[in-house]
Design a protein around this ligand. Structure first.
Ligand SMILES: Cc1cc2nc3c(=O)[nH]c(=O)nc-3n(C[C@H](O)[C@H](O)[C@H](O)COP(=O)(O)O)c2cc1C
Length: 153
């Protein structure tokens, strides 16, 4: 099983969170390649057995609750395309003091739906990653363990 973990980050939280997920999936003998979304080509999603999309949430051109801006051009590349039946999982980092807590997750879930992909597990929303790294790392580990088990079923 070849998993592609696509991420974007501003202050490093989503990268660290993605590394925790990668580590836990790899401990289940799954192959996980991490790539920044700005370096990812559409064919790489097509080729992977499963794809994890990870993003923090930001304002974009006056709109609140958006995925990291690097996701914009990436999502544009898929306009009108389908990867029917492809397995996906979505991971979001945010801060619940904002109106649209982890708004990026909703956008990425819609992206998966538009591609006719399948969400393998419920998406994970991490609140204030750096404020309680211990608890959040445990949440990420448990999500990754469950994802790994679901993917190999
Ligand atoms: C200008 C700004 C806007 C933000 N907007 C939101 C938001 O709408 N919803 C949310 O959940 N978090 C929001 N956040 C919080 C970040 O998503 C959060 O700090 C995240 O952990 C950053 O991840 P990163 O380290 O990967 O960049 C915002 C943060 C900043 C500085």
């Amino acid at each position: 099983m070849n998993i592609l973990l696509v991420y974007a980050t501003n202050s490093g939280g989503t990268q660290l969170a993605s590394q925790i997920v990668q580590e836990h999936l790899m401990s289940q003998n799954l192959q996980v390649t991490m790539k920044e979304v700005r370096d990812t080509q559409p064919e790489e999603l097509t080729d992977a057995d499963a794809v994890i999309l990870a993003s923090s949430t930001w304002d974009y051109e006056g709109l609140e609750g958006q995925p990291h801006p690097d996701y914009r051009p990436f999502m544009e590349l898929f306009k009108g395309k389908k990867i029917t039946g492809k397995k996906f999982a979505v991971l979001g980092l945010g801060d619940s003091s904002y109106t649209y807590f982890c708004g990026a997750v909703n956008h990425l879930e819609q992206f998966v739906k538009d591609l006719e992909g399948i969400l393998a597990v419920d998406s994970l929303k991490i609140d204030g990653f750096y404020l309680d790294q211990q608890t959040n790392s445990e949440k990420l580990a448990s999500w990754a363990d469950n994802l790994g088990k679901t993917l190999v079923k």
